[in-house]
Ligand binder design. Structure first.
Ligand SMILES: Nc1ncnc2c1ncn2[C@@H]1O[C@H](COP(=O)(O)OP(=O)(O)O)[C@@H](O)[C@H]1O
Ligand SMILES: C[C@@](O)(CCOP(=O)(O)OP(=O)(O)O)CC(=O)O
Length: 468
């Protein structure tokens, strides 16, 4: 019998949300870049050794998302022959017979990839059981959260930053901040940090960030069905940046999980030189005195369908599309350069210092509308044009765009970072009524965040010690 390994230390990691301010559709192609800002809503993952009654040995990983009902996933795991890595099998939740088995492909795939990578670094070492909790900031969901207080005697009235949403995950309303990317990235980082010694994986080191980025891209892409440029994973790891995607062939050449050679090829891909993503952090800054405001319009758009249609039009109308893509890329670069230039300024210079920004945003929006009109996709549909024009005229608002794939569900504004400006904006949006749309426009409680993945202190989670 193998001896009992030393207990591992509880570990917590968080990652930010994202907003693609410029480069929607373009960033799917390596010829172009995306300007992505991290947002200060985070998803946290906490890994602890599993609590068992003495004398009981188990071999499982229990994942819970306790802010949601029935969000429990229990996994067994085993190594596969022929270098197939680790496979995980979802077990029925033993103690909760009434809970039907729900699958969470993002968690299952992130766990498979993370354990496989760990196994390649420590072959033959027993992977110990653990308990993994996921906790998300309010801004990811529009469901009103119930606050949760500590039942710890030493601090009885402290309220957690993480609300209880009191619904099943599938009934939660997402605000579009990239929950699956922040989840997969923080989950992967926490699992690697928990199981590996610092000298094999350190999320504070450059190599650690690179390994995390590549591994999270691989598993998120697998879980998502290999669509997406991966800008959301990049910002979850590195925070705000100018992003050039990886070559899709890197992942299409990887064997499927459990297939012969998967483990070694995954490790080589994740650690090796072939990965060709380009991240430029210094190319993106927020000028002192400005901030982002995200507005949620109460209705949704379906990104994959829009992407398919835009790319089909681009394929058909190559020349015309290349003109728009090239001009938009130049406009997006100009936007990044102007933000960075203003960020480098010492103090306020003159009242009209945002004129150039205004003009760049306006000409980029013209190109986005042209892209939408020509491809027949409502990227900046008329009701969003009206909303953006309305906001752009308000005091302290520099301008705004439809983020990411665009559509009906959100706008992002660049505004002066003053309490009175944000307060007046909220009041104006509260009164805003589009002549043709019924949805209400709300301000999401987030702003830009430059920092990506971050280790966290376990005291943040004390109100959530017991799983519900
Ligand atoms: N707090 C959470 N706990 C567990 N899983 C989550 C959580 N938030 C999101 N997920 C996973 O991510 C999926 C949502 O991902 P997706 O539809 O791609 O939306 P998004 O655009 O927010 O990434 C959910 O179905 C679930 O599998
Ligand atoms: C079209 C895109 O370039 C940008 C989509 O950005 P969104 O922020 O709209 O994405 P979702 O959160 O997945 O809906 C596709 C991509 O780059 O993956």
């Amino acid at each position: 019998m193998s001896s009992t390994p030393a207990p591992l230390t509880p570990t917590a990691v968080s990652c930010p949300a994202k907003v693609l301010v410029a480069g929607g559709y373009l960033v799917l192609d390596r010829e172009y870049t995306g300007l992505v800002f991290g947002l200060d809503a985070r998803i946290h993952t906490v890994v602890t050794p599993i609590k068992t009654r003495s004398g009981v040995t188990i071999n499982e990983i229990l994942v819970t998302s306790p802010q949601f009902r029935e969000a429990i996933w229990e996994y067994g795991y085993r190594s596969q022959p022929e270098d197939g890595g680790i496979t995980v099998t979802q077990l029925s939740v033993g103690h909760e017979q009434s809970i039907s088995l729900s699958h969470n492909p993002f968690i299952e795939t992130a766990l498979t990839y993370a354990l496989t990578y760990i196994y390649t670094l420590q072959p033959g070492t027993l992977i110990q059981s653990s308990s993994i909790r996921i906790l998300a900031d309010q801004a990811y969901y529009s469901n009103p959260g119930i606050s949760r207080s500590s039942n710890i005697i030493s601090s009885p009235h402290q309220t957690s930053r993480f609300s209880d949403f009191n619904v099943r995950l599938k009934d939660a309303h997402k605000t579009g901040l990239g929950s699956s990317a922040a989840l997969v990235t923080s989950f992967t980082a926490a699992v690697l940090s928990f199981y590996l010694p610092r000298d094999a994986f350190d999320v504070r080191s450059e190599k650690g960030l690179r390994v995390l980025h590549n591994l999270a891209q691989a598993s998120h892409s697998q879980a998502q069905g290999k669509v997406g440029s991966g800008f959301d994973i990049a910002s979850a790891v590195f925070g705000s940046c100018l992003y050039k995607r990886f070559s899709p062939s890197l992942l299409s050449n990887l064997p499927q999980p459990s297939a012969s050679g998967f483990a070694t090829q995954l490790r080589t891909l994740v650690e090796g030189e072939a990965w060709d993503t380009e991240i430029r952090k210094a190319a993106i800054r927020m000028p002192r005195g400005l901030r982002l405001v995200m507005c949620d319009v109460d209705c949704g758009s379906e990104t994959p369908g829009m992407v398919k249609k835009v790319l089909a039009w681009r394929e058909k109308s190559k020349e015309e599309a290349e003109g728009i893509w090239r001009n938009l890329q130049a406009g997006n670069e100009a936007l990044a350069a102007e933000l960075t230039r203003l960020a480098g300024e010492e103090q306020r210079v003159s009242e009209d210092k945002y004129d150039k920004l205004r003009q760049i945003i306006s000409s980029n929006r013209n190109l986005i509308r042209e892209m939408g009109a020509k491809s027949g996709v409502p990227i900046e549909p008329p009701q969003q044009t009206r909303l953006l024009d309305y906001c752009s005229k308000l005091a302290g608002v520099v301008g705004g765009v439809v983020p990411g794939a665009g559509g009906f569900d959100a706008i992002v504004l660049l505004v002066e970072d003053k309490e009175e400006v944000v307060r007046a904006l909220k009041t104006s949006l509260g009164q805003y009524k589009d002549p043709e749309a019924t949805g209400r426009v709300g301000v999401i409680g987030v702003r830009e965040e430059m920092v990506g993945v971050k280790e966290e202190d376990l005291s943040l989670y004390k109100e959530w010690e017991e799983t519900s």
